[in-house]
Design a protein around this ligand. Structure first.
Ligand code: IMP
Length: 201
């Protein structure tokens, strides 16, 4: 059986395959990208929540395939900034702006803020739409704080400023397997795999 993951981001798909590997092998499922199944879709993510955006993507792709479709939407919420950049994380300060600029900007906005007031979280919502139009939504989060400086070389996006107090490092300082164990995406995928187990039973 094939499951289509509605992303054009190869790095994200590799991370997802790694997290779902045992599940995929056990159920003899191939996780396929849009490119691999020949779907070229430009979907407008005009929802107001992570849930809405993930569902918009999954529903649109489900119209184009007979497979189960998964889609995700994720981002960083900074409490001091009223949960910005949130669903606009990828577009924050412009899609072509480097993450060095985006990350330094957030550090700058929080320059007079200390301790718990620097709280933030990564959010990942995954939506599933089946060929018979069943819909499942799961949310995974990881809590942290905005670091005072950019730290770490792993990961992507806002990882270098996402500080985990209990680990004493940013998610960009964790090796990828460690990040997958605790990340918002890892947690959302775990939740989705439990739901898919029930669906496939
Ligand atoms: P999307 O879910 O592909 O729309 O991406 C959302 C954006 O949120 C990414 O482009 C990053 O800016 C940010 N983001 C989501 N997950 C992570 C993560 O694990 N680390 C760092 N940034 C992330």
């Amino acid at each position: 059986m094939d499951i289509v993951f509605a992303t054009g981001n190869q790095g994200k798909l590799d991370e997802i395959r790694e997290i779902m590997n045992d599940f995929l092998v056990r159920h003899n499922i191939r996780l396929r990208s849009l490119k691999e199944v020949g779907i070229d879709a430009d979907i407008e993510e005009d929802g107001e929540t992570f849930e809405e955006n993930a569902l918009i993507k999954a529903r649109e792709i489900a119209k184009l395939t007979d497979c189960i479709v998964l889609a995700d939407d994720s981002g960083l919420e900074v409490d001091y900034l009223d949960k910005a950049p949130g669903i606009y994380s990828a577009r924050y300060l412009g899609v072509d702006t480097s993450y060095t600029v985006k990350n330094n900007h957030i550090i700058d906005l929080l320059k007079d803020v200390e301790g718990e007031e620097r709280s933030a979280r990564f959010v990942c919502v995954i939506a599933c739409v089946t060929p018979d139009s069943k819909e499942i939504i799961v949310r995974g989060t990881v809590e942290g704080r905005i670091a005072h400086e950019i730290m770490g070389e792993h990961g992507f996006g806002y990882d270098p400023i996402f500080y985990l107090p209990e680990r004493g490092c940013t998610t960009a300082e964790l090796d990828p397997a460690e990040k997958n164990k605790i990340s918002h995406r890892g947690r959302a995928l775990m939740g989705m795999m439990e739901k898919l187990e029930e669906l496939l039973a």
